[in-house]
Design a protein around this ligand. Structure first.
Ligand SMILES: [Zn+2]
Length: 541
């Protein structure tokens, strides 16, 4: 806590540039900082607010690999303000709800994004996929939009304060790029592996910008040369990760470096290079390249006295993490490569936006469960046998139950208690009652979205998850996942860096969705007064 003052915004004069709100001191106004956006002098307004998300970045990983970082993570860890106890506050720790919370500053239930997919009015909805839209230039492919998002985000707040603000949101994943731009119609791009291109949707624009067409035509084919993924982990740091090969990684065969497209490709008859490329960390580099092209092409972050918005969600730690697991050599390599990507990003921001003219917040959309085999026997994988036992048991209860609706939900809830691999479970009635029985109930309440059935038993009036350290991952013997309400899936790093932010570490619990009002406040952008997040650091004016 060195160098930080734990005081409320209403408290007396601050001695230092930055300070932290005491817990329980929620923002009630529409402006985080003392000064409003309009009041801020031009030269104290950042030209660019940078919101970085690393998909599946568990809270322990940056510390673990810190000795090996020399680039952007090094700079964040050395110069930034790290919150070491940032825990997502919702139960369904998936990509879409995580990004929705980070973007909007409210829990997923209030943004109405309960999960990555749900059933609504009999239809299956895949978060941001929007059949009213098309990918620009690919008329046969459905587009994407934030129409499912029920709240505005930081990008929208900036546009409300400054209508000529530029919004740029890029990710390898559509849901990450779209949700981080809130409901705005900014420059929003993501990767389409089937076409091997970065794309946008007709929701945002009817034609591609010329720089994007040029990038897809001239730059993306160059990545075909990256048909070998070799480790960049220096030998002296290799023991920070698990050994390179393990039988429960990848497909059980291709478990070690170097990974080669020609050995690991899915369909030898087809040109499936970019499907393989999408499984490697090289796609994070391509994501940065798109950002650089967009910033130059659109002149983002260049205007004195104007503030623009940049979000990048780096997806590959998630894809690599699912296959090889946290602590794997592959995941360490992915984060070391991202360290270089961030170094290049920050260097570019210094030269093109200007030193001291940008502020950055970095966090993760969720963590991940260590594979049971790697966790020395702690936990186990959910099996097909478990699944059929559960289905048979619940079907019997449904058949024998005389009631429907709440009565059936209550019967199912009672039956779930008999399965040792089932964990927390609540009926919708319990979640709507407003009286959570424990903290897990609170996490589920913040996820539960009436009308959008995202969970296994949502259609029957019950929200549930499996027991702690039980891995629900395709009944597979390989890989791992996230999505639970447990600590390992909710814990992520949270780091701020920029002018006026004192470097240091804060161990007090915070929520990643605090970043939205925090970044808004640092740029003097007014934000809604009913957020679940609170500003962690306020600017001194
Ligand atoms: Zn994932």
């Amino acid at each position: 806590m060195k160098g930080l003052h734990r005081r409320c915004a209403q408290c007396s004069v601050m001695l230092l540039v930055a300070w932290v709100l005491p817990s329980g001191c929620a923002s009630t106004g529409t402006s985080a900082a003392g000064a409003s956006f309009q009041d801020l002098p031009d030269d104290s307004r950042p030209r660019l607010v940078v919101y970085l998300v690393v998909d599946q970045l568990r809270g322990d990983l940056l510390e673990r690999y810190s000795p090996a970082f020399t680039g952007g993570f090094r700079r964040l860890l050395d110069e930034g303000l790290s919150f070491t106890n940032a825990l997502h506050g919702h139960s369904s720790t998936e990509t879409a709800p995580g990004h929705a919370a980070l973007s909007t500053g409210v829990h997923p239930a209030r943004a109405r994004i309960p999960s990555n997919a749900w059933r609504e009015e009999g239809e299956r909805v895949l978060n941001v996929i929007d059949y009213q839209e098309r990918l620009v230039g690919l008329p046969d492919v459905p587009g994407a939009s934030p129409r499912v998002l029920d709240r505005t985000g930081l990008a929208d707040w900036l546009l409300e304060a400054q209508s000529d603000a530029r919004v740029l949101s890029v990710s390898a994943k559509d849901r990450a790029a779209v949700l981080m731009a809130g409901r705005s119609k900014g420059d929003v791009y993501w990767f389409d592996a089937l076409s091997g291109q970065f794309v946008t949707s007709t929701y945002y624009r009817s034609t591609n910008p010329s720089w994007l067409d040029r990038f897809n035509r001239e730059t993306m084919p160059g990545f075909r040369a990256d048909s070998v993924w070799a480790s960049t982990v220096p030998p002296e740091f290799a023991t920070l990760s698990a050994p390179d090969t393990a039988s429960f990684e990848g497909d059980g065969v291709n478990t070690y470096f170097p990974h080669r497209y020609h050995r690991e490709r899915i369909d030898p008859e087809a040109d499936d290079f970019f499907l393989w490329f999408e499984t490697t960390p090289m796609l994070d580099r391509a994501t940065l390249d798109v950002v650089l092209m967009a910033m130059d092409g659109e002149g983002i972050g260049r205007r004195q006295g104007r503030t623009d918005f940049l979000s990048i969600s780096f997806s590959q730690a998630d894809r690599v993490g699912h296959s090889y697991g946290p602590l794997s050599r592959e995941q360490m390599d992915t984060l070391l490569r991202l360290d270089k990507v961030l170094e290049d990003l920050f260097g570019l921001l210094d030269t093109r936006v200007g030193p001291g003219m940008w502020v950055v917040g970095l966090t993760g959309d969720h963590g991940v469960m260590t594979m049971p085999e790697r966790a020395e026997g702690e936990g186990r994988r959910l099996t097909m046998e478990d699944r059929s036992t559960l289905e048979q048991g619940l079907s019997r209860v449904a058949r024998e139950s005389t009631g429907q609706g709440e009565a059936l939900a209550g019967s199912l809830l009672g039956a779930l208690g008999e399965f040792t691999f089932v964990g927390p479970a609540f009926t919708h009635r319990e979640l709507l009652s407003g009286v959570p029985g424990d903290s897990l109930a609170t996490l589920f309440q913040r996820n539960f979205t009436p009308g959008r059935a995202g969970g296994l038993l949502s259609a029957y009036g019950v929200e549930m998850w499996f027991a702690e350290n039980v891995l629900d991952w395709n009944y597979s013997s390989f890989g791992t996942t996230h999505g639970s309400p447990f600590h390992y899936d909710r814990w992520v790093p949270l780091i701020l860096m920029g002018p006026g932010i004192e470097k240091g570490r804060v161990e007090d619990p915070v929520q990643p969705l605090d970043l939205a009002p925090t970044l808004a406040g640092l740029a003097g952008i007014p934000y809604p007064g009913d957020l679940d997040g609170v500003p962690l650091v306020l600017r001194k004016d």
